[in-house]
Each structure stands twice: as structure tokens, then as C-alpha cells.
Design a protein around this ligand. Structure first.
Ligand code: F6P
Length: 522
């Protein structure tokens, strides 16, 4: 069990309040002028990743106080409990072992007396064999044709993770076309089915509980569509399931051999590393799926073993706590400068908002401090032409994570130079802003003298707006795994500091119950 205590009663929380009062009035530019080594001092690295925290209102004192707070909240102990499979999801009495899914070492972890590693390895082997046979064409449809299209039917964590990764790795994909059906929207489903041939389509029904109405209804419709052309026996060649509920899968009519298991110690939003990632293995091949796991494993080792002074997820999480609980931030944005990461914000939205959108602490008490923010985002430079106006000149502060890559995948260097110039320009503009004097000078230089009086206030950028830059050498499969795992650990650290359970999601139940009642009245 992770110890329950109110973070706002700790000594370091109080000290952070005082520290906030002195640092919040300083400008970011002032902090850089004061300390020429700032960029280096707040630059962290992990293999091919560099993270720049310098464009946030922090100094060495801030980090010292964060460490003090983490100590008081017993974060190191909580991290060990996570990795060792303690039942830290105390409301559901479950372990939280997404880290075991990407571990390549048998650490002897057991849950309820059962060793986790052999089970994980067996499922990996099954994913490898199955994805291999579908990709190379050994797995044939009911008329003897090879599979050309894969449809992932799932929602929430059974959709967002695999969909985001498959899209992110578009350049690494093989010939299989992978589609995603999530919403309970018959029109959307029809649009997908219209494109498909039942003889060459493989459906993966992904639902940990196998009770989710959206997924089961869509899966049933797909089965009916399939059976318009084929007989029941053929289902075995075209429907597989990913689930922890084998009984319900069998009742649906999917053969036991076609079930890819998962376990109750994997949360939906943390599950893309499990057989929920089957569509990823199909899209890019098992070897690349393993690279994704290995990137995540590298982030896990970094998180578990690095001192907090060098620990990237620790910094990411504490910075967010700093912004939310001391600066009063209510929204944070993620902007990857890479079009194929278009789904990243939606994935992170569930990861953060379902995990930490809680208002009762680990001791069952109502909290009186904020535990999260609204997460949103879009790719750069598209975001610059939509919401960045607000981030630069709006009335509330939105800290940004900029994610960029030194090299593109292909040869379009010209575009990439412009893309990365914009990436750097946004962070710089947010940091330094543009004071009245500079606006005045500019307008004069451009011969706009008569408009100065009228327009000057509108053209001022206050600056001192926070951002963090993540720069990888390139978007490799491994790097993507690392990035996602870093964010998962950020969620965990925040949850420990806020004294909440990040791993249940009772908040999604009430709406489901009411919808059921409404349906029964029709
Ligand atoms: O929205 C609630 C939720 O339980 C998510 O946590 C989960 O990712 C999603 O529904 C799908 O659940 P399942 O995989 O059981 O269908």
C-alpha cells in the first residue's frame, strides 16, 4: 500500500508556497540573464532524447524542494511498489504492472502467487506467431485468400493507444491496412465496412472486460456483416479477441485459440504493451513491436534507478504539480512537431484525465487541492494556426510540451528545416515575448508610425510563458516507446504526490448506468 497523507500538510509544500512567491514574479528572460548556464543546468538526457526544462520558472531551489516533497510523500517507496507488483490500485485491489509487459528480464514478480514473466512471454510468443503468419500470408481467410485488412474494434484504452502508435509508425508499416472502430456510431462503422472485403478482413475485438457496450455492439454488427457472406465456421479465420474475460469471449463465438489474454493488473489506458497492441504487431511486424517495448523498458529503468535530480519523469511530473497547484494552471498542451503523432494528444488525454481526474484521496477523504488539468494538443505547425494565439496572448497560462525530432524519416529535408525552425521559434517566443519597446521599434522601422498609438498594446507579447522541449534524434519505434513510458511515469508520480489512486476509473460508470436505464425505457 502506498502511504496516504495530505501533500499540502508537508513541510516542503509550505516551503514551495514561499518559494513560489519569490520566483513567480521573475521573468523567464530574467532567470536566463541571471544564470548563463541555465540551458545546461536544466537540460536532461536519456539515450537519443534531450529534454529542456529551462523555459519554466524553476531554479535549483525549486528542484530541491520538489525532492523534499517527494521524500515526504515516500515516492521512492511507491516506485518500488509499482515495479514489484504490490496492489497499489487499492480500490480495485489490483497490482499495476504495465512495466512487466515490456520487461525482458525475469524479475520474479508474482501476482496472487502466479509468476508474471512466463505468462507475459507466452503471450508475446503468441502475438509473434500470429502476426507473423498473417503478415506472410500463411494465415488464410475462409476462401483461401490472404488477409489484407485488419479492423481493431475497441474503445478507450482498447483503441487510443494502438491507434495512435499505428498512425505514428505509418512509415514503418507493411502491406496490411489497419482500421479502428471505436465509437457507437453506425454511420462511421458503415463507412469502414464499405471499404472491406469479408474474404480478406480480420477483426480483432479488443475489450479487457468484454462488457463494453460500444465494442460488443460494433463487434456484433461486424459479425452479422461477415455472416452475410460466410458461414459460422469461418468466424475462426476472421475474428480474434483480446480480453481478460475468456468466458464472455467464448459466448460471443470466438474460439479459445483465438483469444489473446490480458490480465486485471493491466489498466486499459496502460495496455498498448500487452496483446492490446496486437494491431501494432500486425501493422509493423513483431520485431518492431518488440522495439517499442524495449524503448519503454529503457524509460522504466531510467525512472526506477535514476536519482530524482536526473530523473526525467520525476521532473515532468513535479513541474506539472508546480504549475497546477502553485501557479493555478488548469490546462496543459502537448504539441508534437510530426504529423503522424496526430493522435498523441487524444491518447495522453485519456492517460492523464482518466488516471488523475479524482477528488478523493487514498485515505477516502475529499481533497481540497487540484489533481490534474485539461490535456489537449495538436501537431505543430497546425496548432500555431489554431490555439497558439491563446497560448501567446490569452488570459490564462498553458504550459506546453513541444516534441520534436532532429531528422525526418525520409528525404524531405526542406520541410523538416521549416518544421523545426517553427518548433524552436514557438518556445523562444513564449519565453521572451515582445515588449512594448520592441513593438514600437518594429512599427517605426516598417513605416507604420501613424498606427503605433492604436495598435501597440495588441502587438505586445508578455512572454515568460512556460514550455518544455523534448528532442529525439528521430521518430524511431524505440524512441516512441520511450516517450510514451515517460508520460506514463509522469502520471504515476503526480498521483503519488496528489495522494490519489491513478489506476481506477469509477468516474466513467454513472453515465453508462444512466444510458442503460434510458435504453431500457425505449
Ligand atoms: O472508459 C472506461 C474504460 O473502462 C477505460 O478505462 C477503458 O480503456 C475502456 O473503458 C474500454 O474498456 P474495455 O477494454 O474493458 O472494453
Amino acid at each position: 500500500m502506498i502511504t496516504s497523507q495530505n501533500p499540502t500538510y508537508t513541510k516542503n509544500w509550505l516551503k514551495l508556497h514561499k518559494h513560489y512567491q519569490s520566483i513567480s514574479v521573475k521573468s523567464l528572460k530574467g532567470l536566463f540573464d541571471q544564470n548563463p548556464d541555465r540551458e545546461q543546468e536544466f537540460g536532461f538526457s536519456l539515450e537519443n532524447l534531450k529534454v529542456h526544462f529551462a523555459n519554466n520558472k524553476i531554479d535549483q531551489e525549486t528542484i530541491k524542494l520538489w525532492q523534499g516533497l517527494a521524500e515526504e510523500m515516500e515516492l521512492s517507496d511507491a516506485i518500488e511498489q509499482l515495479f514489484q507488483g504490490e496492489k497499489i490500485n487499492h480500490t480495485e485491489e489490483r497490482a499495476v504492472l504495465h512495466t512487466a509487459l515490456r520487461s525482458f528480464e525475469n524479475q520474479g514478480i508474482k501476482v496472487d502467487g502466479l509468476s508474471v514473466f512466463p505468462e507475459v512471454m507466452a503471450v508475446r510468443k503468441k502475438i509473434k506467431a500470429f502476426s507473423g503468419s498473417v503478415i506472410n500470408g500463411d494465415w488464410k481467410g475462409y476462401t483461401g485468400k490472404k488477409i489484407t485488412d485488419v479492423v481493431n474494434i475497441g474503445i478507450g484504452g482498447s483503441d487510443l493507444g494502438p491507434k495512435m502508435v499505428v498512425e505514428a509508425l505509418a512509415h514503418y508499416q507493411n502491406h496490411l491496412k489497419v482500421h479502428f472502430i471505436s465509437n457507437i456510431d453506425g454511420d462511421a462503422l458503415s463507412l469502414t465496412l464499405e471499404k472491406l472485403n469479408p474474404e480478406t478482413t480480420l477483426f480483432i475485438v479488443v475489450s479487457k472486460t468484454f462488457t463494453t457496450i460500444e465494442t460488443l455492439t460494433n463487434a456484433n454488427t461486424c459479425r452479422t456483416w461477415f455472416l452475410e457472406n460466410a458461414d459460422k465456421k469461418s468466424i475462426a479465420k476472421h475474428f480474434v479477441a483480446v480480453s481478460a474475460n475468456k468466458k464472455a469471449v467464448s459466448e460471443f463465438g470466438i474460439q479459445p485459440d483465438n483469444i489473446f489474454p490480458m490480465w486485471d493488473w493491466v489498466g486499459g489506458r496502460f495496455s498498448l504493451w500487452s496483446s492490446v497492441g496486437l494491431s501494432i504487431a500486425l501493422a509493423v511486424g513483431y520485431e518492431k513491436f518488440e522495439q517499442l517495448l524495449k524503448g519503454a523498458e529503457a524509460a522504466d529503468k531510467h525512472f526506477r534507478h535514476s536519482p530524482f535530480s536526473k530523473n526525467i519523469p520525476f521532473m515532468m511530473a513535479m513541474l506539472s504539480v508546480w504549475h497546477i497547484n502553485f501557479f493555478g494552471v488548469v490546462a496543459e498542451a502537448v504539441i508534437p512537431y510530426y504529423e503522424s503523432l496526430n493522435e498523441l494528444a487524444a491518447f495522453l488525454q485519456q492517460l492523464f484525465m482518466e488516471s488523475n481526474g479524482k477528488s478523493v484521496d487514498r485515505g477516502g477523504n475529499k481533497v481540497d487541492y487540484a489533481t490534474g488539468s485539461v490535456i489537449f494538443g495538436a501537431t505543430g505547425t497546425n496548432a500555431q494556426h489554431s490555439f497558439m494565439q491563446h497560448i501567446h496572448q490569452g488570459t490564462f497560462i498553458v504550459p506546453i510540451d513541444f516534441i520534436g525530432f532532429e531528422k525526418p524519416y525520409g528525404n524531405n529535408k526542406k520541410q523538416h528545416v521549416i518544421l523545426m525552425a517553427n518548433f524552436k521559434a514557438q518556445a523562444e517566443a513564449l519565453k521572451t515575448g515582445k515588449p512594448a519597446s520592441a513593438v514600437h521599434l518594429d512599427m517605426k522601422f516598417n513605416g507604420d508610425n501613424e498606427k503605433i498609438e492604436k495598435l501597440l498594446p495588441y502587438k505586445i507579447f508578455e512572454g515568460s510563458r512556460p514550455s518544455t522541449s523534448f528532442i529525439f534524434n528521430k521518430l524511431s519505434v524505440y524512441n516512441l516507446g520511450m516517450l510514451l513510458a515517460l508520460y506514463e511515469h509522469k502520471v504515476f508520480v503526480q498521483g503519488v504526490i496528489w495522494n490519489i489512486n491513478s489506476f481506477d476509473q469509477f468516474g466513467v460508470e454513472l453515465g453508462k448506468e444512466i444510458a442503460k436505464t434510458l435504453m431500457s425505457k425505449r
